[in-house]
Design a protein around this ligand. Structure first.
Ligand code: MRU
Length: 350
């Protein structure tokens, strides 16, 4: 059973501090929205679906200290809180979709008292959380059909229970396949610079007793050339209406390599990761992160302090490199623009 990554406990947000893994399974409690914002920024909580749930819970933290019964001021306060949470990380659209859902509560219940709005916001946040738990299992069940007997699967970053409310997207597929007693093994790319693959994915998969081998990112091509990989499964942070998918930096490398070596490349992501307001991946905002993530390794410097650094946290895989996208509504295959549209109506305006 995967570990609960995030939960709402006694009016606070309890998360696993993922910066401490794999050395320590340490929980932290966020009692106010600022603490949660920082936890998002420094990747204590991370992964697109988990960021959606964090954003919803963040709104609940943000309204905790609000005093009084003035509805107009309360609504302003909720919007301000949503805007603030929206400044944490730009790429995962789940975060913005969840904030939109929380804002929509206000218009759906206009004319209600502050107490009633608080109640409805809590209900919405809990439903975003529960929905994520549910859809991960559905995606897992659909995706498991794509795993053939004795497959050797490659994955990147961490798209597991730690990246969602529980169970995961790409790793959820593996959990479901294991439940069905399928035999397979996994190659996890370490995922520089912050090593989500090495620190988090291998930790999760080993706990689930899945045959797992860790590789450095630059070993992927050689494994594919040796015909040792049968399929690649990755998560996504934002999928455009044409199927272009942003995910952890390095995912695009794997997709290009997969095409060359004729290996199926699958994205596993829920509806909340789709941004139907943007036509292509060109419009996806890519988070740029601090240089110290690249100039050090495990806290030790690995480069001169004054070297220039380029550190985008995500890249975009063109839909033409994607074999299929596994969602909770089923498996979407090309042509993606038409088939995504058939499945999902627009969620948000960009
Ligand atoms: O920077 P991170 O660790 O938040 O990046 C996460 C990823 O890229 C995941 O693969 C993605 O969010 C999908 S999670 C199910």
């Amino acid at each position: 059973m995967p570990v609960p990554t995030i939960s709402w406990v006694n009016g606070n947000v309890k998360i696993i501090d993922q910066t401490k893994l794999p050395h320590k399974l340490k929980y932290m409690t966020c009692r106010d929205v600022k603490t949660l914002w920082k936890a998002i920024k420094n990747l204590s909580v991370r992964g697109a679906p988990a960021l959606g749930v964090s954003a919803a819970f963040g709104v609940l933290l943000g309204i905790k200290p609000f005093k009084g019964n003035n509805v107009k001021i309360f609504i302003k306060h909720v919007h301000k809180t949503c805007d603030y949470i929206g400044t944490s990380r730009p790429t995962a659209v789940n975060l913005f979709n969840a904030l939109d859902q929380m804002r929509a509560v206000l218009s759906r219940h206009s004319g209600r008292s502050v107490a009633e709005l608080r109640k409805q916001l809590k209900k919405e946040a809990m439903s975003i959380y529960q929905q994520d738990r549910k859809v991960c299992r559905r995606m897992g069940d659909f995706g498991a059909r794509l795993i053939k007997a004795n497959s050797r699967i490659m994955t990147v970053c961490n798209a597991g229970a730690l990246a969602t409310a529980d169970y995961g997207t790409a790793l959820g597929v593996m959990y479901s396949a294991k439940k069905r007693k399928k035999k397979f093994k996994v190659y996890a790319c370490e995922t520089r610079p912050l090593l989500q693959g090495a620190r988090l994915t291998t930790w999760e998969l080993l706990r689930a007793k899945i045959d797992t081998t860790l590789i450095c990112d630059n070993m992927a091509a050689s494994l594919m050339k040796q015909r040792k990989i049968d399929a690649i499964f990755a998560g996504a942070d934002r999928i455009a209406a044409n199927g272009d998918a942003a995910n952890k930096i390095g995912t695009y490398n794997l997709a290009v390599l997969a095409k060359y070596h004729k290996i199926p490349f699958y994205i596993v992501a829920p509806r909340s990761t789709f941004d139907m307001g943007i036509r292509s991946g060109k419009q996806i905002p890519i988070e740029q992160r601090g240089k110290e993530e690249v100039t050090s390794f495990g806290g030790r410097p690995t480069a001169p302090k004054d070297v220039k650094v380029y550190n985008p946290a995500f890249d975009v895989t063109d839909s033409k490199l994607i074999t299929a996208i596994v969602t909770e509504e089923g498996i979407i295959r090309p042509p993606f623009s038409a088939n995504i549209k058939k499945k999902f109506l627009p969620l948000r305006k960009s």
